[in-house]
Design a protein around this ligand. Sequence first.
Ligand SMILES: [Zn+2]
Length: 307
Amino acid sequence: MMAVQSSAGKYRISGVIELKTALHIGGGNDTSEIGSVDKSVVRDPVTREPYIPGSSLKGKLRTLLELYHYALDSSFFDDSRIRVGGNDTRHHECGEPACVVCRLFGATSGKNGRNPSNPSGEVKWNRPARLIVRDTELTDESRQLLRDADELDFFMTEVKFENSLDRITSAANPRQIERVPKGTKFRFEMIYTFWGFNPAFGERFSAVDAGREIGEDLRHLLLSFELLEGDYLGGNGSRGYGKVAFGGLKLEMRTFEAYRDGREWTCVAEAATLGEFVRNIRGQFSLDGGEREEAVGGTGGDTAACG
Ligand SMILES: [Zn+2]
């Protein structure tokens, strides 16, 4: 078994996001040429298929985790720990090594926006995101279903009329919103890069410290999945859009040694539902790092947690 402190590599988290209600993720005005719809969905420019941009998914997961931490510790949004970006939008970005949100999703020093408590200065830490969130794509099954569907308004999508009434004059303000139908499934993939040392400082972690960080990161990532299932993706969530469920989940690992030696991904955990997956991961990645050697050092062929 390789020593944990020399381990570095990647985890791959993959699975399916199923739309429990219809989804609207806006594609901007430049993609609305297909019709008279007021708000169109984002589509692949070549295949014209709707998809969930990785940026939308990543942004939502980060937001949900930020609010979760704020609920437990209101100093999470103190002036010294927020950044003000375009259109004066504020979000948490402290870059502190102990901050699981900034470790997962990244923090940049001085390039984007400003820090209210230090308007002219640089943010202390530059921290590349450990997590990469790929654009999703339709599962083969959903692609076929949507292609064969006769009742859709546009290619693979439906149009929903929304209305709001002027409370004084009762004048109507109807809008047409394009949506991806409920039941549609998208394949997602995320990559989490882990290090046996901290690149920001060039210092090696102890095995326990490295294990604790990885366990904390992965468990918070799954927590953000759970929070998303209780929230919504895309627009108009308070009007019923964008309820999603995760399924067919898989966690695989490939160390840099495995890349070098031509060994493929090793399955670490697999589960049909998010609840089952979370229990599996919580069992394998204790926050004291104690069980990490097995999970990361790996026996190579031991896929007891996989089907
Ligand atoms: Zn932070």
